[in-house]
Design a protein around this ligand. Structure first.
Ligand SMILES: *[C@@H]1O[C@H](CO)[C@@H](O)[C@H](O)[C@H]1NC(C)=O
Ligand SMILES: *[C@@H]1O[C@H](CO)[C@@H](O)[C@H](O)[C@H]1NC(C)=O
Ligand SMILES: *[C@@H]1O[C@H](CO)[C@@H](O)[C@H](O)[C@H]1NC(C)=O
Ligand SMILES: *[C@@H]1O[C@H](CO)[C@@H](O)[C@H](O)[C@H]1NC(C)=O
Length: 284
């Protein structure tokens, strides 16, 4: 019994495990550690225990399979020389446990833990007008729809502030206040385990007076100007009209002529009113 077990163990020449981290969209090569396959080698590749590729040297079979939910369709490439398997254009859903079992003269088992990381896009920095104080410029660094990342503000090479999110796919934003005359270098960095992206803060360009406020002020000035001139125009017209009328009434009363006539006449148009004046003295 012991001898048998011993013999089996002797045959089992290797059990290995590897961890791999790859970026979404990249290709990853899972290697068998063999430089050349032997005549009687059999190779089975699995992903989460389901068969995704198979080689039988004896029968000259080299097959790949689409795997669970066809998720490997068109992505698997087998190396007939070494039995290595390449996954092209890898996606987040291809993360997980891969295994290869090679049986021939020897038995070799290798397991691969593959982590796939999303490609990061550069964070964006925007001016925050609502919370600006007089001497400082407020900005916000933000990223949308991210998971398993850190977002940080750097001043030179030291971290000023940082937030970390785990698996959730969410949007993040991180504020920063700088003085207008600040000459330091500020940058916002997003990173996951294997990559990072940086956006530099350009204080001169970004920290201009808030465009919204400007526009608002501009509009208010224009509206005030328009309303003001309209009011002046209206009151000028009113003034003229009332002056004319008062003058007419005044003249009529002075003449001590028939007041009903005056009232009647003064209600009439401008040309008639002038006619009233000219006529009254003549009648006297
Ligand atoms: C957010 O990311 C997930 C995958 O991480 C993707 O399926 C989804 O379409 C994204 N949503 C937006 C609005 O970009
Ligand atoms: C981002 O990078 C820092 C080191 O620069 C590291 O400590 C941190 O874990 C990284 N963030 C993530 C989410 O992996
Ligand atoms: C302006 O920002 C500096 C840091 O850049 C900070 O020390 C200071 O307290 C801020 N002032 C105000 C009024 O928020
Ligand atoms: C970003 O990644 C580069 C390598 O791509 C590395 O040299 C650098 O230190 C990283 N920066 C940060 C802030 O993690």
């Amino acid at each position: 019994m012991f001898l048998l077990l011993g013999l089996c163990w002797w045959h089992l020449t290797g059990v290995f495990s590897e961890k791999l981290s790859v970026m979404e969209g990249d290709s990853v090569r899972l290697q068998t550690k063999m430089t050349k396959l032997h005549e009687d080698d059999n190779i089975l590749w699995t992903y989460s225990k389901s068969l995704i590729a198979k080689i039988s040297m004896e029968k000259q079979i080299f097959s790949t399979f689409d795997g669970p939910d066809d998720r490997f369709r068109g992505r698997l490439k087998m190396d007939k020389q070494t039995g290595s398997l390449t996954i092209t254009n890898i996606r987040l859903e291809h993360a997980g446990e891969y295994g290869v079992k090679i049986t021939g003269e020897k038995l070799t088992k290798i397991s691969f833990g593959v982590s796939v990381y999303a490609r990061l896009s550069s964070p964006s920095i925007t001016r925050e007008c609502s919370s600006s104080s007089q001497n400082n410029c407020s900005v916000v660094c933000s990223v949308v729809n991210v998971s398993a990342v850190s977002l940080s503000w750097y001043k030179g090479s030291s971290v000023l502030s940082s937030i970390i999110v785990s698996d959730l796919s969410i949007s993040l934003s991180l504020p920063l206040e700088v003085e207008y005359q600040d000459r330091n270098t500020y940058s916002c960095v997003i990173n996951n385990t294997i990559s990072n992206q940086t956006t530099h803060l350009d204080i001169n360009t970004l920290c201009q007076p808030c465009p919204d406020e400007d526009l608002h002020l501009f509009n208010i000035v224009w509206i005030c100007a328009a309303v003001g001139s309209l009011l002046i125009l209206v009151s000028a017209v009113m003034c003229c009209i009332s002056k004319k009328c008062r003058k007419t009434v005044h003249n009529c009363e002075e003449d001590q002529s028939d007041s009903t006539l005056c009232k009647e006449k003064s209600r009439k148009k401008k040309s008639d009113m002038q006619a009233v004046y000219c006529n009254v003295p003549k009648r006297r």
